[in-house]
Write a protein that binds this ligand. Structure first.
Ligand code: GLY
Ligand code: MN
Ligand code: MN
Length: 445
């Protein structure tokens, strides 16, 4: 009998996209315009393209899912502030690559005020930008810069007559990213779903692992679960590292056989409606932690649980990271991997031999999501609606000066956590991380 699917969360409404555009425009000066382009298809090799992934900022402001589109925002324009250019309807192409939405359905289905097909863009865009002095666009986008240069050339006669035409360019990206940092209820619904699918995938991996299996076979278990539940792509390249491979932070080769007695580290998350899940779990290939593996694991677990518990409005990622550094360093000293005293090992960064990355990053449409980590020179204070990961780890090199039992062990534990008004919500609680819970689930597998 087919399995039942998880209940689907509500989609983002076209009203919400409109509210986002209005919030962005409210922050802009008069006589300005915003240009933001969709992603394009990228060739993989002769006649084959990589799966299309929409640009996150373009998606955030439009929800429009096709490549080669351009969103133009014109604050204060009476005839409508949001204009979209999109691919032409073209039955001879559509029979090969699928139905295109077209301008008419872009207005009815996506809530922009006007839409035109791309073949009208060269004529219409200069007209739309007449009277606009500052163009806001992503300044790191070479194609967009070339486009606005050609627009300026086009509008040179009007400029010579003293009319208002684009004279200044400014970066729109920081404004969009500040907005994206705080997730709406609808976004949190999608993120809960991405997290739940990702958690289920990790449970499946725990229940289907065993010595002799290749790392890519566990990758297949995870990615089967993602796709089956509608997370059609991983949010980033799946990491499955057995034994020492766990010490390579972004190990994506996934080509080795898993060995009896080793741990395996899996860092994998599904992308649902463009929102990322990002979970790491580390567990024994044969279902039982050895005493040494367990000792190290408990150090990471304790630091991770205390860091998750600390997530609340008013604290900072920097303070949470300091707590993790304290707990991991104390554990490393207790296990004989570092020499005491604790404060000295924190001050001289001795722990960095074993823990060399940050504890957290923002999570959202991008796995390493946007938004600055500091504000006015200070660590940014957490507020409700932010979503972050908590992912301490220990990676012990195979070196002669470390106790033999711990050599070559890599452990990371990662959860996705939303900041709420009264504290936090762990989005990825469906996958176990306590030793006894992991071993019990694996026995069921
Ligand atoms: N999967 C990448 C990360 O955890 O940051
Ligand atoms: Mn991760
Ligand atoms: Mn992460």
């Amino acid at each position: 009998m087919p399995r039942t699917a998880l209940p689907r969360p509500a989609a983002i409404s076209s009203d919400e996209y409109r509210v986002r555009r209005q919030a962005l425009m409210a922050a802009l000066p008069t006589h300005s315009a915003v240009l933001i382009s969709a992603a394009s298809l990228v060739t993989r090799n002769r006649d084959s393209e990589y799966a299309f992934r929409q640009d996150s900022d373009f998606h955030y402001l439009s929800g429009f899912p096709e490549p080669d589109a351009l969103l133009v925002l014109l604050p204060g324009r009476d005839a409508g502030e949001a204009v979209l250019f999109c691919q032409e309807k073209d039955p001879s192409q559509e029979v090969w690559t699928g139905i295109r939405i077209g301008a008419e359905a872009a207005v009815t289905g996506y809530g922009v005020d006007e839409a035109y097909e791309n073949d009208t863009r060269d004529t219409l865009l200069p007209e739309l930008l007449e009277g606009r002095e500052t163009l806001f666009l992503p300044l790191d986008n070479g194609e967009m810069l070339a486009l606005v240069e050609s627009l300026r050339a086009e509008l040179a006669p009007q400029a010579r007559r003293g009319e208002r035409t684009p004279r200044a360019f400014a970066d729109i990206v920081p404004l969009i990213h500040a907005q994206r940092l705080i997730k709406s209820e609808a976004e949190l619904g999608l993120m809960r779903h991405a997290a739940r699918i990702s958690a289920q995938a990790h449970r499946r991996a725990m229940q289907n692992v065993g010595p002799g299996l290749f790392e890519y076979q566990l990758q297949a278990e995870l990615e089967h679960e993602f796709v089956w539940h509608g997370a059609r792509e991983p949010a980033y390249a799946t990491i499955v590292g057995g034994g020492e491979n766990a010490c390579v932070l972004h190990y994506i080769e996934n080509s080795a056989a898993l060995r009896d007695g080793d741990l395996v580290l899996i860092d994998a998350g599904g992308e649902f409606e463009l929102y990322a899940g990002d979970i790491t779990r580390t567990f024994p290939v044969n279902g039982r932690f050895t005493p040494a593996q367990r000792e190290l694991y408990e150090v990471v677990l304790k630091a991770q649980c205390r860091a998750v518990a600390a997530v609340a409005p008013g604290t900072t990622l920097s303070a949470i990271h300091d707590g993790v550094v304290h707990d991991l360093t104390a554990g490393l000293i207790r296990l004989g991997l570092l020499e005491s005293p604790l404060e000295a090992r924190i001050d001289d960064h001795g722990y960095r031999r074993f823990f060399l990355h940050a504890t957290s990053h923002w999570l959202g449409l991008d796995v390493h999501d946007v938004g600055t980590y500091r504000l006015d020179g200070e660590p940014r204070v957490l507020t409700p609606g932010m979503v972050l990961t908590v992912e301490p780890g220990l990676y012990i090199p195979d070196a002669e000066d470390v106790p033999e039992a711990y050599r070559g062990i890599g452990i990371r534990i990662e959860d996705d956590v939303a900041v709420t008004a009264i504290g936090h919500e762990v989005l990825t609680a469906d996958v176990p991380k306590e030793v006894t819970e992991i071993e019990a689930l694996m026995r069921k597998g």
